[in-house]
Design a binder for this molecule. Structure first.
Ligand SMILES: [Zn+2]
Length: 427
């Protein structure tokens, strides 16, 4: 281990230069304008893997952005770890909120990081983390400390729903076979309170379209006589929760995983200050399902949120339109055992049933993903716990995160591997 640490110290400057080079490429997967930059980023990641000593490296083309795959097989009888990460980033808008340009990384000291932190799009989601794994491998290999086989799968479409990764995983099932999957694409509670993410919520995302009259009408002439689809849609959305803050779709909670009292107790021991949470968000009270704490509402309970709503006239000034259509994008965060497709069907059936005869309703699915949870009593978890304790000088707390990484559940289903999520801070 000392030799590995020494190698890191000797090469620290080079590592930093390489990371900054990676952060400079605008690999925005959602915007076709950046397609060649995304491809360049894949090539750079592949070159870093080769340089690190991964002997089989391939940039695999997909119908969208490429997947970088690499493997280092030391001995087939040894266990295999598959490292997953993504080199694509979210769009950097709104640009005016950036103090420095998003693709020109700078190192600045902050209150939380007096020694300096890197500011750039992707620095801590997920270029920083994937880079950390590549360099950890390099340092271990060069100091002859690699104890197992390692595979890397670094994709370029995580921020757009990993659309082509599922196909890739199915096709490459044998190549991707592993004993565990290591993912650093979540956050830790705090630098002083390290944590490992052991669960992620799933997702059902959809869009609704409510149609009233066959064309936009004048509200002065027709208002009061014809149903306004925006009014109707708002009412229908309001009916999706009951007074207890529960989701009012029949059968929605049928498959929800019941978390034991002892696990709920452990979960609520994570440091959390409700007052500063509210202050940070600028809200006077919190809102959610009755009978659960904020930590539980954002991790072990499912949710339903409208992510966007539009229709009619939204430009400057006034236009007295009675619109023909109203739309909304709605997402539901799911917990273990809830099936995204089943939830979609339940939503659709319910939404259609509460629509009055004055409108017609169309419900269209977007992407979805299963929730995932991993045990904390396994050898793999204990190894991650040990590693983080060495670094942070404190044992990490297991936490469940409210977000979704659709591919996590897929790994569990498609490879023989077990899922281990290591939420390691980097930035
Ligand atoms: Zn990410």
């Amino acid at each position: 281990m000392n030799q590995t640490q020494a190698y890191i110290q000797e090469n620290k400057e080079r590592f930093l230069d390489e990371l900054l080079e990676l952060l400079r490429i605008p690999s925005v997967s959602a915007d076709p304008k950046y397609k060649s930059s995304v491809a360049d980023t894949a090539k750079l990641v592949a070159s870093y893997l080769k340089k690190a000593g991964v002997n089989k490296v391939e940039v695999c083309e997909t119908a969208g952005h490429p997947i970088v795959y690499g493997e280092f097989i030391k001995d087939k009888s040894l266990p295999t770890v598959l490292v997953y990460g993504h080199y694509d980033v979210q769009p950097a808008d709104p640009l005016e909120l950036w103090e420095t340009p998003p693709f020109e990384p700078v190192i600045k000291p902050t209150k939380r990081h007096p020694k300096g932190a890197i500011f750039a799009r992707g620095a801590c989601d997920d270029k920083g983390q994937l880079f950390m794994h590549v360099k950890a491998f390099e340092a271990m290999l060069k100091s002859k400390n690699v104890p197992c086989n390692i595979k890397f799968m670094i994709e370029g479409e995580e921020e757009v729903g990993s659309v082509n990764l599922e196909k890739f995983c199915k096709k490459e099932k044998n190549r991707l076979a592993c004993d565990m999957v290591l993912i650093s694409d979540t956050s830790i509670l705090d630098n002083k309170v390290p944590s490992i993410t052991t669960g992620l919520r799933g997702l059902t995302y959809l869009e609704v379209e409510v149609t009233g009259p066959n064309r936009d009408l004048h509200s002065g002439v027709y208002g009061g006589a014809v149903a306004n689809p925006i009014n109707i849609l708002s009412k229908m959305i309001a009916e999706l929760h009951n007074k207890r803050g529960e989701i009012a779709i029949p059968g929605f909670y049928d498959d929800v995983d019941k978390v034991s009292k002892s696990e709920r107790k452990a979960m609520n021991q994570a440091p959390y200050n409700e007052k500063s949470y509210m202050r940070d968000l600028g809200v006077k009270v919190l809102h959610g399902e009755k009978g659960y704490t904020t930590l539980e509402r954002t991790s072990i309970r499912p949710t339903l949120d409208v992510n966007g709503i539009w229709g009619g006239y939204t430009g400057d000034g006034a236009k007295t339109v009675l619109p023909s259509k109203a739309f909304a994008k709605i997402s539901m965060r799911l917990v273990p055992h809830q099936d995204p497709e089943k939830v979609f069907k339940r939503f659709k059936k319910h939404f259609e049933s509460i629509a009055p005869d004055s409108v017609s309703v169309k419900v269209t699915p977007h992407h979805g993903g299963d929730a995932a949870v991993t045990p904390t009593d396994s050898a793999e978890y204990r190894a991650a716990e040990w590693a983080m304790t060495q670094t942070f000088e404190k044992a990490p707390i297991p936490v469940r995160s409210g977000g979704s990484i659709p591919i996590v559940a897929l790994f569990g289903n498609r490879t023989q591997g077990k899922i281990r999520l290591a939420g390691i801070w980097s930035g």
